[in-house]
Write a protein that binds this ligand. Structure first.
Ligand SMILES: NC(=O)c1ccc[n+]([C@@H]2O[C@H](COP(=O)([O-])OP(=O)(O)OC[C@H]3O[C@@H](n4cnc5c(N)ncnc54)[C@H](OP(=O)(O)O)[C@@H]3O)[C@@H](O)[C@H]2O)c1
Length: 317
Protein backbone atom coordinates (compact mmCIF):
# COMPACT_ATOMS: atom_id res chain seq x y z
CA UNK A 1 0.00 0.00 0.00
CA UNK A 2 1.49 3.32 -1.05
CA UNK A 3 0.71 5.56 1.92
CA UNK A 4 2.64 8.45 0.37
CA UNK A 5 0.09 9.00 -2.38
CA UNK A 6 -1.84 12.23 -2.30
CA UNK A 7 -5.28 12.29 -0.69
CA UNK A 8 -7.77 15.14 -0.68
CA UNK A 9 -11.23 15.59 0.79
CA UNK A 10 -12.51 16.67 -2.60
CA UNK A 11 -11.28 13.42 -4.13
CA UNK A 12 -12.67 11.05 -1.52
CA UNK A 13 -15.94 12.64 -0.42
CA UNK A 14 -17.54 14.06 -3.53
CA UNK A 15 -20.65 13.46 -5.60
CA UNK A 16 -19.05 15.18 -8.60
CA UNK A 17 -20.66 14.19 -11.91
CA UNK A 18 -22.92 11.53 -10.37
CA UNK A 19 -26.48 10.89 -11.54
CA UNK A 20 -28.52 10.09 -8.41
CA UNK A 21 -32.15 9.02 -7.99
CA UNK A 22 -33.58 9.81 -4.56
CA UNK A 23 -37.04 8.76 -3.38
CA UNK A 24 -38.79 10.92 -0.80
CA UNK A 25 -36.64 13.84 -1.92
CA UNK A 26 -39.26 16.56 -1.40
CA UNK A 27 -38.83 16.92 2.35
CA UNK A 28 -36.75 16.16 5.44
CA UNK A 29 -33.79 13.84 5.06
CA UNK A 30 -34.40 13.45 1.31
CA UNK A 31 -34.28 17.21 0.72
CA UNK A 32 -31.09 17.40 2.81
CA UNK A 33 -29.51 14.61 0.75
CA UNK A 34 -30.56 16.32 -2.51
CA UNK A 35 -28.98 19.58 -1.37
CA UNK A 36 -25.75 17.87 -0.25
CA UNK A 37 -25.46 16.03 -3.57
CA UNK A 38 -26.18 19.12 -5.67
CA UNK A 39 -23.76 21.26 -3.65
CA UNK A 40 -21.16 18.53 -4.10
CA UNK A 41 -21.41 18.87 -7.90
CA UNK A 42 -23.64 15.90 -8.76
CA UNK A 43 -24.61 16.07 -12.44
CA UNK A 44 -28.29 15.32 -11.78
CA UNK A 45 -30.38 14.51 -8.71
CA UNK A 46 -33.87 13.20 -9.49
CA UNK A 47 -36.14 13.59 -6.48
CA UNK A 48 -39.19 11.30 -6.41
CA UNK A 49 -42.34 11.63 -4.32
CA UNK A 50 -46.12 11.74 -4.56
CA UNK A 51 -46.64 15.50 -3.92
CA UNK A 52 -45.37 17.36 -6.96
CA UNK A 53 -45.61 20.86 -5.38
CA UNK A 54 -43.37 19.78 -2.49
CA UNK A 55 -40.82 18.28 -4.94
CA UNK A 56 -40.92 21.42 -7.08
CA UNK A 57 -40.45 23.74 -4.10
CA UNK A 58 -37.46 21.74 -2.82
CA UNK A 59 -35.89 21.54 -6.29
CA UNK A 60 -36.32 25.31 -6.83
CA UNK A 61 -34.80 26.14 -3.44
CA UNK A 62 -31.74 23.96 -4.04
CA UNK A 63 -31.31 24.96 -7.69
CA UNK A 64 -31.21 28.63 -6.64
CA UNK A 65 -28.33 28.11 -4.16
CA UNK A 66 -25.09 29.96 -4.90
CA UNK A 67 -23.14 28.17 -7.62
CA UNK A 68 -26.10 26.08 -8.75
CA UNK A 69 -28.29 28.54 -10.61
CA UNK A 70 -28.20 27.92 -14.38
CA UNK A 71 -30.20 26.94 -17.43
CA UNK A 72 -29.90 23.18 -16.75
CA UNK A 73 -31.16 22.58 -13.17
CA UNK A 74 -29.34 19.87 -11.20
CA UNK A 75 -32.32 18.82 -9.04
CA UNK A 76 -35.25 17.51 -11.07
CA UNK A 77 -38.66 16.68 -9.56
CA UNK A 78 -40.29 13.44 -10.71
CA UNK A 79 -43.73 12.57 -9.38
CA UNK A 80 -43.81 8.92 -8.34
CA UNK A 81 -45.55 6.65 -5.88
CA UNK A 82 -42.90 4.14 -4.86
CA UNK A 83 -45.52 1.56 -3.87
CA UNK A 84 -46.90 1.48 -7.42
CA UNK A 85 -44.91 -0.64 -9.85
CA UNK A 86 -46.10 1.27 -12.94
CA UNK A 87 -45.28 4.59 -11.33
CA UNK A 88 -41.75 3.37 -10.49
CA UNK A 89 -41.29 2.09 -14.05
CA UNK A 90 -42.44 5.44 -15.46
CA UNK A 91 -39.97 7.27 -13.18
CA UNK A 92 -37.15 4.99 -14.35
CA UNK A 93 -38.07 5.72 -17.96
CA UNK A 94 -38.14 9.45 -17.27
CA UNK A 95 -34.69 9.36 -15.66
CA UNK A 96 -33.40 7.15 -18.49
CA UNK A 97 -34.53 9.63 -21.12
CA UNK A 98 -33.38 12.73 -19.25
CA UNK A 99 -30.02 11.52 -17.87
CA UNK A 100 -28.80 9.66 -20.92
CA UNK A 101 -29.71 6.10 -19.96
CA UNK A 102 -27.98 5.59 -16.63
CA UNK A 103 -28.01 6.29 -12.87
CA UNK A 104 -24.95 5.85 -10.62
CA UNK A 105 -26.84 5.76 -7.32
CA UNK A 106 -30.40 4.96 -6.23
CA UNK A 107 -31.36 6.11 -2.73
CA UNK A 108 -34.47 4.43 -1.33
CA UNK A 109 -35.42 7.08 1.21
CA UNK A 110 -39.24 7.37 1.01
CA UNK A 111 -40.91 6.30 4.23
CA UNK A 112 -43.99 6.62 6.43
CA UNK A 113 -44.49 6.23 10.18
CA UNK A 114 -47.60 4.03 10.27
CA UNK A 115 -49.74 3.29 13.34
CA UNK A 116 -48.22 4.37 16.66
CA UNK A 117 -47.90 2.13 19.69
CA UNK A 118 -45.97 4.32 22.14
CA UNK A 119 -49.02 4.72 24.40
CA UNK A 120 -48.47 1.12 25.45
CA UNK A 121 -45.73 2.18 27.89
CA UNK A 122 -48.20 4.28 29.88
CA UNK A 123 -50.93 1.61 29.93
CA UNK A 124 -52.19 0.68 33.40
CA UNK A 125 -53.93 -2.56 32.51
CA UNK A 126 -53.33 -5.44 30.14
CA UNK A 127 -56.73 -4.67 28.57
CA UNK A 128 -55.37 -1.23 27.63
CA UNK A 129 -52.23 -2.85 26.17
CA UNK A 130 -54.49 -5.09 24.12
CA UNK A 131 -56.50 -2.16 22.74
CA UNK A 132 -53.39 -0.20 21.82
CA UNK A 133 -51.75 -3.14 20.06
CA UNK A 134 -54.93 -3.82 18.09
CA UNK A 135 -55.51 -0.19 17.09
CA UNK A 136 -55.06 1.07 13.51
CA UNK A 137 -54.31 -2.41 12.25
CA UNK A 138 -55.30 -1.28 8.77
CA UNK A 139 -52.21 1.01 8.74
CA UNK A 140 -49.79 -1.94 8.68
CA UNK A 141 -49.97 -2.89 4.97
CA UNK A 142 -49.32 0.68 3.77
CA UNK A 143 -46.35 0.98 6.15
CA UNK A 144 -44.77 -2.20 4.84
CA UNK A 145 -45.63 -1.32 1.22
CA UNK A 146 -43.68 1.97 1.48
CA UNK A 147 -40.88 1.17 3.90
CA UNK A 148 -40.11 -2.39 2.88
CA UNK A 149 -41.64 -3.74 -0.34
CA UNK A 150 -40.96 -0.52 -2.29
CA UNK A 151 -37.23 -0.87 -1.59
CA UNK A 152 -37.34 -4.00 -3.75
CA UNK A 153 -39.79 -2.63 -6.32
CA UNK A 154 -37.91 0.61 -6.94
CA UNK A 155 -34.52 -1.15 -6.95
CA UNK A 156 -35.84 -3.57 -9.58
CA UNK A 157 -37.18 -0.71 -11.71
CA UNK A 158 -33.79 1.03 -11.76
CA UNK A 159 -31.52 -2.02 -12.24
CA UNK A 160 -30.99 -1.40 -15.99
CA UNK A 161 -29.92 2.20 -15.29
CA UNK A 162 -27.53 1.12 -12.50
CA UNK A 163 -26.10 -1.52 -14.83
CA UNK A 164 -25.69 1.05 -17.63
CA UNK A 165 -23.76 3.30 -15.20
CA UNK A 166 -21.23 0.49 -14.72
CA UNK A 167 -20.79 0.06 -18.51
CA UNK A 168 -20.20 3.81 -18.77
CA UNK A 169 -17.44 3.48 -16.19
CA UNK A 170 -15.77 0.78 -18.31
CA UNK A 171 -16.89 -2.28 -16.32
CA UNK A 172 -17.56 -5.30 -18.53
CA UNK A 173 -21.17 -6.58 -18.48
CA UNK A 174 -22.72 -9.85 -17.35
CA UNK A 175 -22.96 -12.17 -14.38
CA UNK A 176 -19.81 -13.37 -12.60
CA UNK A 177 -20.13 -17.05 -11.71
CA UNK A 178 -18.65 -18.31 -8.39
CA UNK A 179 -14.84 -18.45 -8.56
CA UNK A 180 -14.69 -16.24 -11.68
CA UNK A 181 -11.93 -13.63 -12.08
CA UNK A 182 -12.84 -10.12 -10.93
CA UNK A 183 -14.85 -8.06 -13.37
CA UNK A 184 -12.71 -6.52 -16.07
CA UNK A 185 -12.71 -2.87 -16.95
CA UNK A 186 -12.02 -3.26 -20.64
CA UNK A 187 -14.89 -1.19 -22.05
CA UNK A 188 -14.23 2.34 -23.28
CA UNK A 189 -14.91 4.77 -20.44
CA UNK A 190 -17.18 7.77 -20.85
CA UNK A 191 -15.50 11.16 -20.93
CA UNK A 192 -14.56 12.39 -17.46
CA UNK A 193 -14.46 8.93 -15.80
CA UNK A 194 -10.97 8.63 -14.35
CA UNK A 195 -8.80 5.53 -14.30
CA UNK A 196 -8.46 5.68 -10.54
CA UNK A 197 -12.21 5.98 -9.99
CA UNK A 198 -13.14 2.34 -9.43
CA UNK A 199 -16.66 2.91 -8.12
CA UNK A 200 -19.49 0.64 -9.20
CA UNK A 201 -23.13 1.65 -9.06
CA UNK A 202 -24.93 1.51 -5.75
CA UNK A 203 -28.32 1.24 -4.04
CA UNK A 204 -28.57 3.00 -0.67
CA UNK A 205 -31.55 2.22 1.54
CA UNK A 206 -32.51 4.62 4.31
CA UNK A 207 -33.85 2.40 7.11
CA UNK A 208 -33.73 3.67 10.71
CA UNK A 209 -32.29 2.89 14.12
CA UNK A 210 -35.90 1.81 14.83
CA UNK A 211 -34.94 -1.39 12.97
CA UNK A 212 -32.82 -2.37 15.98
CA UNK A 213 -34.59 -0.60 18.83
CA UNK A 214 -36.64 -2.81 21.15
CA UNK A 215 -38.09 0.29 22.78
CA UNK A 216 -40.74 1.42 20.30
CA UNK A 217 -40.50 5.16 19.64
CA UNK A 218 -43.07 5.25 16.81
CA UNK A 219 -44.94 2.02 16.10
CA UNK A 220 -44.35 -1.69 15.77
CA UNK A 221 -45.19 -1.54 12.05
CA UNK A 222 -42.55 1.18 11.56
CA UNK A 223 -39.83 -0.70 13.49
CA UNK A 224 -40.50 -4.03 11.87
CA UNK A 225 -40.86 -2.56 8.37
CA UNK A 226 -37.48 -0.85 8.85
CA UNK A 227 -35.94 -4.12 10.14
CA UNK A 228 -37.22 -5.60 6.88
CA UNK A 229 -35.64 -2.74 4.92
CA UNK A 230 -32.28 -3.37 6.60
CA UNK A 231 -32.46 -7.04 5.71
CA UNK A 232 -33.45 -6.29 2.13
CA UNK A 233 -30.58 -3.82 1.77
CA UNK A 234 -28.12 -6.47 2.99
CA UNK A 235 -29.71 -9.18 0.86
CA UNK A 236 -29.52 -7.02 -2.27
CA UNK A 237 -25.75 -6.66 -1.71
CA UNK A 238 -25.44 -10.44 -1.91
CA UNK A 239 -28.01 -10.91 -4.68
CA UNK A 240 -26.54 -8.21 -6.92
CA UNK A 241 -22.83 -8.93 -6.24
CA UNK A 242 -22.50 -11.13 -9.35
CA UNK A 243 -23.89 -8.22 -11.38
CA UNK A 244 -21.51 -5.58 -10.05
CA UNK A 245 -24.09 -3.48 -8.21
CA UNK A 246 -23.52 -2.56 -4.55
CA UNK A 247 -26.09 -2.09 -1.80
CA UNK A 248 -25.69 -0.31 1.54
CA UNK A 249 -28.03 0.71 4.37
CA UNK A 250 -28.17 3.94 6.36
CA UNK A 251 -29.85 4.02 9.75
CA UNK A 252 -30.44 7.57 11.00
CA UNK A 253 -31.44 8.51 14.52
CA UNK A 254 -33.59 11.63 15.00
CA UNK A 255 -33.33 14.33 12.32
CA UNK A 256 -35.62 17.30 11.64
CA UNK A 257 -38.30 16.39 9.07
CA UNK A 258 -42.05 16.27 8.57
CA UNK A 259 -41.99 12.84 10.23
CA UNK A 260 -40.39 14.15 13.43
CA UNK A 261 -42.24 17.48 13.62
CA UNK A 262 -42.75 18.42 17.27
CA UNK A 263 -39.92 16.22 18.59
CA UNK A 264 -37.56 17.95 21.02
CA UNK A 265 -34.38 19.40 19.52
CA UNK A 266 -32.37 18.77 22.69
CA UNK A 267 -32.15 15.54 24.68
CA UNK A 268 -30.64 14.51 28.02
CA UNK A 269 -27.47 12.46 27.65
CA UNK A 270 -29.24 9.30 28.84
CA UNK A 271 -31.49 9.59 25.78
CA UNK A 272 -28.98 10.83 23.17
CA UNK A 273 -25.34 11.16 24.33
CA UNK A 274 -24.77 13.93 21.73
CA UNK A 275 -27.64 15.83 23.36
CA UNK A 276 -29.32 16.90 20.14
CA UNK A 277 -31.09 15.92 16.93
CA UNK A 278 -28.87 15.25 13.93
CA UNK A 279 -27.99 18.13 11.60
CA UNK A 280 -27.79 18.76 7.88
CA UNK A 281 -23.99 18.45 8.03
CA UNK A 282 -24.25 15.11 9.85
CA UNK A 283 -26.38 13.80 6.96
CA UNK A 284 -24.29 15.37 4.20
CA UNK A 285 -21.01 13.95 5.52
CA UNK A 286 -22.56 10.54 5.94
CA UNK A 287 -23.88 10.43 2.37
CA UNK A 288 -20.89 12.00 0.62
CA UNK A 289 -18.62 9.35 2.14
CA UNK A 290 -20.84 6.57 0.77
CA UNK A 291 -21.28 7.97 -2.75
CA UNK A 292 -17.76 9.38 -3.04
CA UNK A 293 -14.64 7.56 -4.18
CA UNK A 294 -13.80 7.02 -0.51
CA UNK A 295 -16.85 4.74 -0.25
CA UNK A 296 -16.08 2.56 -3.28
CA UNK A 297 -15.08 -0.43 -1.08
CA UNK A 298 -18.25 -0.25 1.04
CA UNK A 299 -20.79 -2.92 0.12
CA UNK A 300 -23.39 -4.73 2.21
CA UNK A 301 -22.83 -2.38 5.15
CA UNK A 302 -25.29 -1.00 7.69
CA UNK A 303 -24.27 2.34 9.18
CA UNK A 304 -25.83 4.18 12.11
CA UNK A 305 -25.77 7.94 12.56
CA UNK A 306 -27.70 8.66 15.74
CA UNK A 307 -25.53 10.57 18.23
CA UNK A 308 -25.38 7.38 20.30
CA UNK A 309 -29.17 7.11 20.77
CA UNK A 310 -29.35 3.38 20.16
CA UNK A 311 -26.72 2.81 22.86
CA UNK A 312 -29.22 4.14 25.41
CA UNK A 313 -32.06 1.76 24.50
CA UNK A 314 -32.49 -1.99 24.64
CA UNK A 315 -31.46 -2.86 21.10
CA UNK A 316 -30.69 -5.78 18.86
CA UNK A 317 -28.04 -5.59 16.18
N1 LIG B 1 -36.33 12.01 10.43
C1 LIG B 1 -35.91 11.04 11.20
O1 LIG B 1 -35.64 11.25 12.39
C2 LIG B 1 -35.70 9.66 10.63
C3 LIG B 1 -35.02 8.73 11.41
C4 LIG B 1 -34.77 7.47 10.91
C5 LIG B 1 -35.19 7.14 9.65
N2 LIG B 1 -35.89 8.06 8.91
C6 LIG B 1 -36.29 7.67 7.56
O2 LIG B 1 -35.83 8.65 6.65
C7 LIG B 1 -36.66 8.65 5.52
C8 LIG B 1 -37.09 10.07 5.20
O3 LIG B 1 -38.01 10.50 6.20
P1 LIG B 1 -38.06 11.96 6.79
O4 LIG B 1 -37.74 11.86 8.21
O5 LIG B 1 -37.30 12.87 5.94
O6 LIG B 1 -39.63 12.25 6.76
P2 LIG B 1 -40.53 13.07 5.74
O7 LIG B 1 -40.12 14.49 5.71
O8 LIG B 1 -41.92 12.73 6.10
O9 LIG B 1 -40.15 12.43 4.34
C9 LIG B 1 -40.69 11.22 3.85
C10 LIG B 1 -40.74 11.35 2.35
O10 LIG B 1 -41.19 10.12 1.79
C11 LIG B 1 -42.07 10.43 0.73
N3 LIG B 1 -42.99 9.32 0.53
C12 LIG B 1 -43.80 8.73 1.44
N4 LIG B 1 -44.55 7.77 0.85
C13 LIG B 1 -44.20 7.77 -0.46
C14 LIG B 1 -44.63 7.04 -1.59
N5 LIG B 1 -45.58 6.09 -1.50
N6 LIG B 1 -44.05 7.30 -2.79
C15 LIG B 1 -43.10 8.24 -2.91
N7 LIG B 1 -42.65 8.98 -1.88
C16 LIG B 1 -43.20 8.74 -0.67
C17 LIG B 1 -42.79 11.69 1.16
O11 LIG B 1 -43.23 12.46 0.04
P3 LIG B 1 -44.77 12.40 -0.48
O12 LIG B 1 -45.64 12.40 0.73
O13 LIG B 1 -44.88 13.63 -1.31
O14 LIG B 1 -44.88 11.17 -1.28
C18 LIG B 1 -41.71 12.44 1.91
O15 LIG B 1 -41.00 13.35 1.08
C19 LIG B 1 -37.82 7.71 5.83
O16 LIG B 1 -37.59 6.45 5.25
C20 LIG B 1 -37.78 7.63 7.34
O17 LIG B 1 -38.35 6.45 7.82
C21 LIG B 1 -36.16 9.31 9.38
Amino acid sequence: MDFTQNISDAKLFSAKDLVVVLTGGGSGIGAAFASALAQSSARKVYILGRRLPSLQATASTINALPGLAGPDPVVVPVQCDVTDRESAAAAAQRVHDDAGGYADVLINNAGVTGPKHTAVYGAQSLADVQVILQSNADGWPATFATNTAAVVGVAAAFLPLLDAANRRRGWEPGKLEPGAKPRGRGLPRAEGVEDADVRTSQIITVASIAAFNRYVTAGLAYSSSKAGAVHIGKTLATMLAPWGIRSNVLCPGIFPSQMTEGAPTEFPADKIPSGRQGSFEDLAAYLLYLVGKGGSYVNGSVQLVDGGRLSMHPATY
